[in-house]
Design a protein around this ligand. Sequence first.
Ligand SMILES: Cc1ncc(COP(=O)(O)O)c(C=O)c1O
Length: 401
Amino acid sequence: MTQQDISTTLIHHPYKPPEGFDASAPGVHKASTVFFDSVKALREREWKDKSGYTYGLHGTPTTFTLEERIATLEGGAHCVLAPSGLAAISLVDMSFLQQGDELLLPDNVYGPNRAFAEGELLAWGISHRFYDPMDPADLAGMISDKTRLVWLEVPGSVSLEYPDLPALTAVIRDANSRRAKGSRQVLGALDNTWGAGLAFNGFELGADIVMQALTKYPSGGADVLMGSVVTRDPGLHRQILLTHMRLGLGVGANDAELVLRGLASIKTRYAAQDATTRALALWMQQQAPVVKVFHPALEGSPGHAFWQRDAQGAACLFSVVFDESYGQSEVDAFCDRLSLFRLGWSWAGPVSLCAPYAMSRMRTRPWAHAGHLVRFAIGLESVDDLKADLSQALDAMGAPR
Ligand SMILES: Cc1ncc(COP(=O)(O)O)c(C=O)c1O
């Protein structure tokens, strides 16, 4: 055999992950192509079977490790990763909805979940309606023969009303018990980004499918986008896996590694951000320009009793409504005046964020508050420094008129 060119030698240089090396961080294994030893092995490898590897899209040791850890975090059995939280939402929709089906969404649903239903699903002949998440009877009245999927969100992602999740999932179970044997069941899919798998177990409270934006707490770094869909039922998992493969929603090993790093500190970060958030939410309640604070741990916040009953801890979000004497430009100026709080979307990263929301445009039902709403996402800074920042921006607003 003639001498190989260096380019060939470098590409075919034998490599196996080192044996005898042990450390807490899982290795980062990257691949589109995965090699097979023979044509027989290539033909026989089953991509849905996670005991082997087939192609990068179906997973590498790094993504399989992350899937196992997220399934454990959520108290489920199987996990499928998607390139963002929103991709995980649309994956659930596309896995289970067909032309003629109806989707039910809570009226306070995460905006882009609603936009996907309005902008894509409708065009494919899949309709949707909005139920009042604080009224299980309203959901019960809306489930029809066409209903196939109900999204559940605990709490609503901007106004933070905390629903009675066991009562909502009981409504779904009850509707299924009245469906003819063998007919398609209504599925309850929970967006568990707020609970993060830590505040409560979504499956124990009745969800069939638990989705999470790993972009938020599991990553914790505000530097990666990813989503997960966890199930206990193998049949549901198989359908999600098939749709995931057909859509080609693979995630990269470098991103998976960032989330694996973040997971190690998730519980400590969740508790730390919870403590700072509650302290600031309580303090904001006492400030003259603020007429209402939404945070499930505050008495008087919608659904506080359900939060007390069902959750251990709370995420890093609270929203305030300013006195209606302040116009939008004054509330915008308050946000602009903050310096530690940065303007931007998302939450659960190290940096505190704030953003104004136009509530009346986000609801199908009347929004009860006349003043303008701002949502805060609390990071990992010191509570005193954040309070000082809020304080100077509130002072500059002057007293309500
Ligand atoms: C409640 C909730 N679900 C889903 C998502 C979507 O996550 P991603 O930004 O990774 O698409 C977000 C993002 O803000 C969210 O707040």
